[in-house]
Design a protein around this ligand. Structure first.
Ligand code: C2E
Ligand code: MG
Ligand code: MG
Ligand code: MG
Length: 283
């Protein structure tokens, strides 16, 4: 019996591999047309002030409405886009679309907030990144501080010189800067001194097991204290439970983002949420 089930799981495994290989092919062959076919969409997830539940911002997260595979999350195609060199164009579209959407909401009289976009390493190496950002802001009548650029430690460490240069000019223009997935990259804390980020986002992996896991709780607490001492706002990512919320609030975390409050959602739905203005869990 053991033998036959081993055989089955082997078959299963190759079937999975074939499915994954087919998926990668379907993704690679369609990705180059996705922009011109208007197949990308942004979903929005609120960032909420723990003190009063106010929606102070949102993160724009890309999805691809693939012609045969349906709606795909970034994990399914961003790497391919980076390898094939499509990511700069896609990333520039994200910047423009996020600005267009934010201006639309502001124009509808919805409460003011900032919008965060994720940038890939290659975008920080593109010569005209500052110009792309500037144009997107200006043509939508937005002030620079309404846009929040998220960069991961891994992106910084991949090419420290060019990333820091780009970050300097982004900060110089007055945009907000967030360090994403903080604590997961192989990085040196010295870059935190080199430029002033506005926000530090505690990675979801440290949030998941608080408050039960003593080590993760200690790490989350340390990150919160460090961020405060460096005058940065601290955001906890991936908050799913009320116990995590209580712990983070008690430790003085400023902002939270997570399924406990809201999943990333299409713009029409987000507008409804923003109209209410605030979002608190039932404690
Ligand atoms: P990220 O920037 O760290 O974004 C947060 C991810 O955590 C999002 O996944 C979000 O849906 C998910 N998340 C938020 N709250 C919770 C929670 O409570 N529980 C759980 N389990 N997950 C939660 P998503 O949208 O699949 O994005 C994954 C990653 O893809 C992002 O991680 C970011 O690195 C990348 N990404 C997303 N949009 C873009 C983009 O426009 N450009 C680039 N270059 N990368 C992007
Ligand atoms: Mg992010
Ligand atoms: Mg993150
Ligand atoms: Mg991430």
């Amino acid at each position: 019996h053991a033998k036959s089930s081993g055989r089955n799981s082997y078959k299963f495994y190759t079937a999975d591999l074939n499915a994954r290989a087919r998926e990668i092919l379907a993704i690679e062959s369609q990705l180059r047309f996705a922009l011109e076919r208007n197949e990308f969409i942004l979903h929005y997830q609120p960032q909420v002030a723990m003190a009063d539940g106010r929606i102070t911002g949102a993160e724009a997260l890309i999805r691809w409405n693939h012609p045969s595979l349906g709606i795909l999350g970034p994990a399914r195609f961003i790497e391919v886009a980076e390898e094939r060199g499509f990511i700069v164009q896609i990333g520039n579209w994200v910047i423009r679309e996020a600005c267009r959407q934010l201006a639309l909401w502001h124009g509808q009289g919805l409460p003011k907030m900032s919008l965060a976009v994720n940038l890939s390493a290659l975008q920080f190496r593109q010569q005209d990144l500052a110009e792309v950002l500037e144009t997107a802001l200006r043509s939508n009548g937005l002030s620079a501080d309404m846009l929040d650029v998220e960069v991961t430690e891994s992106v910084i460490m991949e090419d420290v010189t060019s990333t820091l240069q780009a970050i300097d000019s982004i900060k110089g223009m007055g945009l907000q800067l967030s360090i994403d997935d903080f604590g997961t990259g192989y990085s040196s804390l010295s870059y935190l001194k080199r430029f002033k980020a506005d926000k530090l986002k505690i990675d979801r992996s440290f949030v998941r097991d608080i408050p039960n896991d003593a080590d993760d709780s200690a790490i989350a607490r340390a990150i919160i204290n460090m961020a405060k001492n460096l005058n940065m706002q601290v955001v906890a990512e991936g908050v799913e439970t009320i116990d995590q919320w209580r712990f983070l609030k008690q430790e003085g975390c400023d902002l939270i983002q997570g399924y406990l409050l809201a999943k990333p959602m299409p713009p029409e739905e987000f507008a409804g949420l923003l109209a209410k203005g605030s979002l608190l869990p039932e404690e």
